[in-house]
Structures are given as C-alpha cells and as structure tokens.
Design a protein around this ligand. Structure first.
Ligand SMILES: [Mg+2]
Length: 250
C-alpha cells in the first residue's frame, strides 16, 4: 500500500506562455488546409481544447463537418510542423518556479505527475520540449481524447486505472490551471482545483470561482508542496510506478 496523489498540469498560462506561437501555427495550418482561418482571430483560445477551437472557428465560417474531418490529419501534421519552428522563434516563456516544482514532485513517491491540457498530445510535446520538460510527465489527457475539457478528469481517472492499475478517488486528483475552465472541470468531478494567476485570467476572476487553492504563481515550491500534505488517502495499487520519463500516451 502506498499513498498516492495525482497532480495534472495545464500547459498554456500554467507551465509556459507561448505568446502567440501556438495561435499563429494554428491560423497558418488552417489557412493552408481549409483555405480559411475562420473565426480564429476573434476566438478566445483560453481554456479551450485545440479540437474545440478548430471546430468553433471553422464550422460557423462555412466549413462542413465532412471537410473538417477529411482535413484533420493534414491539419495536425501542418500545425505540428509549424509549431516546431515557431516555438523557437517566438518569445516563449517558462513560468516562475515550474521546473523546481516539477523536479520536487518527481522526487516523491507519493505524487504522480501528469498533464490535463487542451493541446493535442503532439502539440503538448513540442511546447514542453522547448524547455526539456517532457520527462516529468507520466500520464496525460489531451485534445485528441476529447474536445470537452469537462470530460478530461474522468478520462484521466480511467487512464490511471487502465494503465497503472489504480482506483484513484477524484479527491486525490489535483488539477492545476490558469483559467476558470480548469477549475470548472475539477469541480465537476470533485477533484481538487488549484488556480494559478500566471495566465491571462485575473486573480479576482479566479478567486470568484472559489478554487480549493490559489497561487499568484508557482514560484514558492514549499508553499505549493504543502497542499499535498493534507488528507492523504491510502490507495491500493497492483503495479509498480513507471519511472520518470516514461512515455505518456495520447
Ligand atoms: Mg491554460
């Protein structure tokens, strides 16, 4: 028997800020594949999944379901290729304290670290590779899994069970994010919501959602680690922990 908590990080605004690189790659790929950027200029990307952004930008602009589906593989291929280049051209910023926190969490055997992000899995890998962070994450839920962020905690829990043999309680899953959508998806399933104000959502808006925990930033590693000290629930497991750096799957 071990004591396990799972912490799932959002990427944009929580781990790093792409400062336009992701949006630019998506707009360029969409124009190449579908001949239009649709409503992407006006669309608020924050907290939305890549698959939802694509759908809600293009369908109202006259792209049919069939055309959207038929072009999806090529869109992703172009998006990932463009993102690989732009992520190194733009002023992409690693947010304060993130790497120290990831290192500290990975050094513990009672906390399991993963991703819960609106990015496609390959987009997530590319963004994290900018700072060499992929090895810290042992599981993940991505836009390839669902376009609906509120479904993601449930998928994460199922994946912990199918991949690692854990019957994890939602109250032992911590979701760290910078938007009200991250908090909402945690609340929907009774997971622990952790708000961080390093994205584009103001602290007052985040606090109005009554997150379980709030941080201006993740720069104080000791303060963030404290939230994992409470209410530890013993969880039976029948598989060994995979080593840090094990590949996560989309
Ligand atoms: Mg975010």
């Amino acid at each position: 028997m071990v004591f396990i908590k799972t912490v799932l990080f959002d990427i944009d605004g929580t781990i790093l800020r792409c400062n336009g690189a992701g949006k630019k790659a998506m707009v360029m790929a969409s124009e190449e594949v579908y001949g239009t950027r649709g409503l992407m200029e006006e669309y608020n990307f924050q907290g939305r999944t890549d698959s939802l952004i694509l759908r809600e930008s293009l369908i109202p602009a006259g792209i049919s379901e069939n055309t959207l589906t038929a072009g999806l593989d090529r869109f992703k291929e172009r998006y990932f290729s463009l993102l690989e280049g732009l992520i190194r051209e733009y002023d992409v910023v690693l947010l304060p304290g993130v790497e120290d926190l990831l290192r500290a969490l990975n050094g513990r055997d009672d906390v399991f670290v993963g991703l819960l992000t609106g990015n496609y899995a390959e987009g997530a890998r590319i963004k994290l590779s900018r700072f060499g962070l992929n090895g810290y994450f042992r599981t993940g839920v991505f836009a390839d899994d669902t376009a609906i962020r509120n479904e993601m905690p449930c998928i994460a829990r199922e994946r912990l069970k199918s991949d690692h043999g854990w019957n994890c309680d939602f109250r032992d899953i911590y979701i760290i994010g910078d938007t009200i959508y991250d908090l909402e998806c945690a609340r929907t399933w009774g997971a622990v919501s952790v708000a961080v104000a390093t994205g584009w959502t103001g602290r007052d808006v985040l606090l109005s959602q009554e997150p379980d925990y709030f941080f201006e930033h993740l720069g104080d590693t000791a303060a963030v680690l404290e939230i994992f000290e409470k209410d530890i629930i013993p969880v039976l497991r029948d598989q060994e922990l995979p080593s840090a750096g094990s590949e996560y799957r989309p």
